[in-house]
Design a protein around this ligand. Structure first.
Ligand code: SF4
Length: 238
């Protein structure tokens, strides 16, 4: 195990001890998770919830209904999620692909192996790596780590990745350090999002109170955070 691997394990333990289980992804069905993953691009989750509530109220939260609804009607319903015309097109494109490639069935879709399905998803208009991996992990229960801006910011502030590291570089780091465990990937990503939102903000990170202040190497943002790496494995990993 490398030093970086060790740091990521310890960071997970510290975050889980501090925040507890995050119960991701919020959504009643895998299909709702897929729709949420597309709608959450560039917006807060509370806005996505309002958009999904509209889709449920109008009884169009299904592959067939979203394939058949007029794009303008769909854009109106998902307006709270922002960029609603673009997202309506993305949802329509996804549904078209789902029917063409998998007969409109998520069950059939998720029968494909992880690598093949990821390549297929990335070829759909508007589905980038973060959205594809969110769909694969949280809706499909496939062992792939989701990387987002919070993750990159936290790791780069502590010199664990370069500031301009690619999505794939950061993902490789987690895949190399951790066992391919769906529940672990689920929880770790959710915990990093919580940390990014509550402590590691873009401006004025709350380093003094941060649960990782004594776990990560010294920060590169001018605040010396590292006391001495401590092991917290006794807190238990799910
Ligand atoms: S110690 Fe500071 S820079 Fe490091 S993760 Fe916490 S808030 Fe971010």
């Amino acid at each position: 195990m490398t030093r970086r691997d060790d740091i990521l394990h310890t960071a997970y333990d510290a975050l889980f001890a501090a925040f507890g289980p995050q119960h991701w992804w919020p959504g009643d069905t895998p299909f709702e998770v897929v729709v949420g993953a597309i709608l959450t691009q560039n917006t807060a989750w509370s806005n996505v919830e309002r958009a999904i509530a509209n889709l449920k109220r109008e009884r169009v939260l299904s592959p067939r209904a979203l394939r058949d609804i007029h794009p303008r009607g769909l854009a109106r319903l998902i307006r709270p999620s922002g960029y609603f015309n673009i997202k309506a097109k993305r949802l329509k494109d996804f549904m078209r692909w789902l029917f063409a490639a998998h007969g409109g069935s998520l069950t059939r879709m998720f029968r494909r192996d992880l690598h093949t399905l990821r390549q297929q998803l990335l070829a759909v208009n508007g589905i980038g790596p973060e959205t594809a991996d969110s769909i694969l992990l949280y809706a499909g229960q496939k062992p792939i780590f989701v990387v987002d801006a919070y993750t990159k910011r936290i790791l780069s502030r502590h010199g664990l990745v370069a500031a301009d590291a690619s999505y794939d570089d950061v993902q490789r780091l987690f895949h190399a350090a951790l066992p391919a465990d769906v529940q672990l990937y689920n929880e770790f990503h959710a915990l990093l999002v919580r940390l990014g939102k509550d402590y590691c903000q873009k401006r004025q990170p709350r380093c003094v109170e941060c649960p990782l202040r004594a776990v990560l190497p010294p920060s590169r943002i001018g605040v010396q955070t590292s006391v001495r790496p401590v092991r917290l494995h006794s807190q238990g990993r799910r």
